[in-house]
Design a protein around this ligand. Structure first.
Ligand code: CA
Length: 407
C-alpha cells in the first residue's frame, strides 16, 4: 500500500479529501456558463487541463481541449500513463506552484465527463440477485440456474445516462397489481435506486478478448445509480428483461477515477461455488476494495444513511463482464459504460436498493423523522458515495446525487 503523495495544493494533503494526488480523477467543468473544459480534481480545486494543453505545457493531440474525455481515451494506454505521470510531476510538493491553472471546485459546474457510446447493465452482485430471487421465486430458486456461470446483463440506453445533480422525473408506465385483471397507465409508485459502479471502456475492441485484455481496456470507474421503476419492471420483464423500468435515467458521478489510481486496492472476486469456464478466469485480482454508501434525504429533512457496502462483494469483475460481452464478437467502443449490477452485501444494512431494504415493500424502514418508507417519494434526494481507503489517505469518487421530481 502506497502512502499519501503530497502536493503543493494544500487541501489535497488531508486524510479526508476524496482527491489527494494519489487519485487525480478526470472530469469536465465550466465556470459561469462558459466553455466546458477537461480537468483533474485535486483537493478542493480543479486543475484546468484544457488551459494547460492550450498553453503548450502538455501535449495530447488537443484531446484535452475537447471538453470530453473520449478523444483522450482513444489515444491509448501509454498516453493515459504519460498524462498521469506529467500531472503528478506538475502537482507534487516541491514543484513550482502554478495556482493560475487552478479553479475552486465550489465555483465550477460539473458536466458529463465523457459521451456514453453504449450502456450495458449487469446483474453480477450475488447478494442482490439472491435477495431479489428470494422475493420473487422463493429461497429454493433464488439464483437462476445460469447465474453462477454467466455474468448476466442487458443492453441499456446510452441516452438515459446523466451526470450527478440532474433532476430525475418519476416515470409513467403500465402498472398492474397482483389482483388487477388488466394494467393501467399511471406514475410509478415503486420508484427505486440501484447502487452500482460503472466501468468505462477506454480502448475499442473487435471480436473476443481475454479477461486480461479487458482489464487493460478499462479506463476508469464512476459511481452509478440505476433508477428503477419496480412496478413497471414487474409487469414488463418477461420474457425479454428490463425495458422501460430502467430507461428513465441512470446517474453517474462526475469524476472518472482511473484504473491506475485504483491499482493499490485490487482484490479477488469471491471463491467460486461451481467450476468457472476458462475464458472467465482472472490472471490476478481485478476487483477493487471500495467502501460504498447510500444516503436518502427527504425534502426538507435530514440525511439518512440507508446502506453501507463494498464493491468487493461483486461476484464478477468488470474485466470478466467485458470479456464475456465480447465472446459473441460484439464490438466494444471507446466510451462504452458497463454497470456492475446492484452491490449489496451479506447483511440487512448492506442492501443497495430500496426493493431489498423494504423487502418488496413488505418491511418498510423508518427514517430519522419517524416516517416509514418503502420506495422513493417526490423530493427525495439520493446520494451515493464511495472511496478506496489507503493508509492516511483515500481515493474517493465524490458524490452521485439525484432528486426525484413529480411525474
Ligand atoms: Ca441495474
Amino acid at each position: 500500500m502506497t502512502d499519501l503523495l503530497r502536493s503543493w495544493v494544500e487541501t489535497a494533503n488531508t486524510p479526508d479529501t476524496d482527491f489527494p494526488l494519489n487519485n487525480l480523477p478526470y472530469g469536465v467543468f465550466s465556470i459561469d456558463g462558459g466553455k466546458a473544459s477537461c480537468g483533474a480534481a485535486i483537493g478542493d480545486k480543479i486543475l484546468n487541463l484544457s488551459a494547460l494543453e492550450a498553453s503548450g505545457r502538455i501535449n495530447f493531440d488537443g484531446s484535452l481541449c475537447t471538453g470530453s474525455w473520449n478523444a483522450f481515451m482513444a489515444l491509448g494506454k501509454q498516453e493515459w500513463a504519460r498524462l498521469r505521470e506529467e500531472l503528478s510531476t506538475f502537482l507534487v510538493e516541491g514543484s513550482e506552484p502554478q495556482p493560475a491553472y487552478l479553479v475552486a471546485m465550489a465555483d465550477a459546474a460539473l458536466h458529463m465527463p465523457f459521451a456514453v457510446s453504449e450502456f450495458t447493465d449487469f446483474y453480477a452482485g450475488k447478494h442482490h440477485a439472491t435477495n431479489v430471487g428470494t422475493m420473487f421465486r422463493g429461497a429454493e430458486n433464488a439464483l437462476p440456474p445460469n447465474w453462477l456461470s454467466i455474468p448476466i446483463g442487458y443492453n441499456g440506453r446510452a441516452s438515459s445516462v446523466v451526470v450527478s445533480g440532474t433532476p430525475i422525473k418519476r416515470p409513467h408506465g403500465q402498472l398492474k397489481g397482483p389482483n388487477d385483471e388488466l394494467p393501467h397507465f399511471a406514475p410509478s409508485s415503486r420508484f427505486d435506486i440501484e447502487l452500482e459502479m460503472g466501468a468505462i471502456v477506454g480502448t475499442a475492441s473487435q471480436g473476443p478478448i481475454t479477461v486480461a485484455e479487458a482489464y487493460d481496456n478499462l479506463f476508469g470507474y464512476v459511481l452509478l445509480n440505476d433508477w428503477s421503476a419496480r412496478d413497471i419492471q414487474a409487469w414488463e420483464y418477461q420474457p425479454l428483461g428490463p425495458f422501460q423500468a430502467k430507461a428513465t435515467a441512470t446517474s453517474i458521478s462526475p469524476w472518472i477515477v482511473t484504473a491506475a489510481a485504483l491499482e493499490p486496492f485490487r482484490v479477488s472476486t469471491p471463491k467460486r461455488e461451481r467450476p468457472q469456464l476458462n475464458y472467465l478466469n482472472e490472471p490476478g485480482p481485478m476487483l477493487y476494495d471500495i467502501a460504498l454508501e447510500v444516503a436518502l434525504t427527504p425534502n426538507g429533512g435530514n440525511e439518512n444513511i440507508i446502506c453501507r457496502t463494498n464493491y468487493r462483494e461483486m461476484y464478477y469483475s468488470a474485466a470478466q463482464q467485458l470479456a464475456h460481452h465480447t465472446t459473441s464478437g460484439c464490438p466494444m467502443r471507446v466510451g462504452d459504460l458497463l454497470g456492475s449490477g446492484t452491490i449489496s452485501g451479506p447483511g440487512k444494512d448492506n442492501r443497495g436498493s430500496l426493493l431489498e431494504i423494504s423487502w418488496g415493500g413488505k418491511e418498510p424502514f423508518t427514517l430519522d423523522s419517524g416516517e416509514a418508507r418503502s420506495f422513493l417519494e417526490d423530493g427525495d434526494t439520493v446520494t451515493l458515495r464511495g472511496a478506496a481507503e489507503g493508509d492516511g489517505y483515500r481515493v474517493g469518487f465524490g458524490e452521485c446525487v439525484g432528486t426525484v421530481m413529480s411525474a
